[in-house]
Design a protein around this ligand. Structure first.
Ligand code: SF4
Ligand code: SF4
Length: 322
C-alpha cells in the first residue's frame, strides 16, 4: 500500500482544539468479513489485530469514571471481536448510548445469527454501511453478493422494530464511489427512502453522507491512478471554515485495539496518535486527565471533514452548504 501520510503532512490545515469529550469511539479490531475498496481501515478477513479483554475493561472503566455518554464501536466488523457483547452489556448497564457500526452482511456469518436480536434487546443504535441503493454500485465497492445480504440484514432489523420504534435507531451511511464530493445529504436521503421503501419495504432513520478520506486503500489507489493531488485540491477548494466547529474530533476520541488514543478514527489509521512527552497516550492514562482545550493533530486529510456540507461520523455538518 502506498504511503499517504508523507503527502498529507505537507498540507496545512487550520489549527483546531478539543471541546468537551462526550463520545468514546473504539476500534475493536481490523478483522472483517468484507474487504471493501474504499475501506479507510484496510480491514479484511485475514487481519488479526483485536482488542483484548483487558483493554475492553479499561474502556468500561473510562466510560464510568469520565461519565461518557456515548460508546461508538467500530472495526473491521466489530461484532467479530469476542468481547463485543460484553462491551455492549457493560456500557448499557452504565447508561451509555451504544452505537454499532455494522456492515449488515455480518449478520449472516456463522455465530452471528442472533446478532440483530441482541442489538435490539440492548437498544443499540445501528449505523450501517449502504453505499448506494443500486445493486451494481454496492457490489463494485463492497463485493459480490453484498447488496442482497445487506437488504436481508436491513429487513431483519426492520422486523425487530428498527427504523420504526423510536428506541431502535437505524442510520445508513453513504460514501461516493470515487474521488468526488458527496451529494446533498438531504436529497440523497429522500432518494434512499423512496427506493429502499418502495422496492424492498425498508425504513430507516437517517442517511449519513460521508466524504471518502484520502488515506489507506482509497488514498493508495488515488496515488496509483495519479488522482491524489486532484482529489486533495477538490477537498481543499470546497473547504468551509464554518465546518471547523463541527468536526467530530472536537468531542470524540478514538481508541485503537491496543488502547492507544487518537483524535479521530482517520488519525488512528494514519498512525497520528495523541502524544504526551513524545510518548503515545493510552486510554488508561486518561482515566483522570482532562484533554479539553488540547490542540488536535491535523493534516491534509482533514479537508475531507470540512469540504462542502462537511463530513463526520454523524454525516453532514452543514446541510445548507449544498
Ligand atoms: S465492511 Fe467496513 S470495515 Fe469491513 S472492509 Fe468494508 S468498509 Fe472496511
Ligand atoms: S480528520 Fe480527524 S482530526 Fe482531522 S478534522 Fe477530521 S476528525 Fe478532526
Amino acid at each position: 500500500m502506498r504511503d499517504t501520510l508523507s503527502l498529507l503532512d505537507k498540507i496545512s490545515f487550520p489549527a483546531i482544539r478539543r471541546g468537551k469529550l462526550d463520545t468514546l469511539q473504539i476500534n475493536v479490531g481490523y478483522r472483517c468479513n468484507q474487504s471493501c475498496f474504499h475501506c479507510h481501515v484496510n480491514a479484511g478477513p485475514t487481519r488479526t489485530e483485536e482488542m483484548t479483554g483487558d483493554v475492553a475493561d479499561i474502556v468500561l472503566e473510562f466510560l464510568e469514571r469520565r461519565r461518557i455518554g456515548t460508546l461508538d464501536i467500530t472495526g473491521g466488523a466489530p461484532e467479530l471481536n469476542v468481547h463485543f457483547r460484553n462491551l455492549v452489556r457493560g456500557a448499557r448497564s452504565l447508561g451509555a448510548k451504544v452505537m454499532d457500526r455494522c456492515n449488515l452482511t455480518i449478520m449472516e456469518q456463522p455465530g452471528q445469527e442472533d446478532l440483530a436480536e441482541f442489538l435490539a434487546a440492548h437498544t443499540i443504535e445501528v449505523v450501517a454501511s449502504m453505499p448506494c441503493y443500486l445493486e451494481g454500485n454496492v457490489e463494485r465497492q463492497r463485493g459480490k453478493g453484498v447488496f442482497d445480504a445487506s437488504i436481508r440484514g436491513l429487513q431483519k432489523l426492520n422486523a425487530l422494530g428498527y427504523g420504526r420504534d423510536p428506541r431502535l435507531i437505524l442510520n445508513l451511511v453513504y460514501n461516493p464511489q470515487g474521488p468526488s464530493l458527496p451529494p446533498s445529504q438531504v436529497s440523497l436521503e429522500a432518494d434512499y427512502k423512496c427506493v429502499l421503501g418502495e422496492q424492498y419495504g425498508i425504513v430507516f432513520n437517517k442517511l449519513f453522507v460521508l466524504a471518502n478520506m484520502p488515506i489507506q486503500r482509497f488514498g493508495s489507489t488515488l496515488i496509483t491512478n495519479g488522482e491524489f493531488e486532484g482529489y486533495l485540491d477538490l477537498l481543499r477548494d470546497a473547504h468551509l471554515d464554518v465546518n471547523l466547529d463541527g468536526v467530530m474530533c472536537h468531542h470524540l476520541i478514538s481508541v485503537d485495539w491496543r488502547g492507544f488514543v487518537y483524535d479521530c478514527d482517520f488519525n488512528q489509521m494514519l498512525d497520528l496518535p495523541l502524544l504526551h512527552d513524545n510518548n503515545r497516550v493510552h486510554l488508561s492514562d486518561l482515566l483522570d486527565d482532562d484533554i479539553e482545550g488540547n490542540s488536535i493533530r491535523v493534516a491534509g486529510h482533514c479537508y475531507g471533514c470540512t469540504a462542502g456540507q462537511g463530513s463526520s461520523c454523524g454525516g453532514a455538518l452543514n446541510e445548507a452548504a449544498e
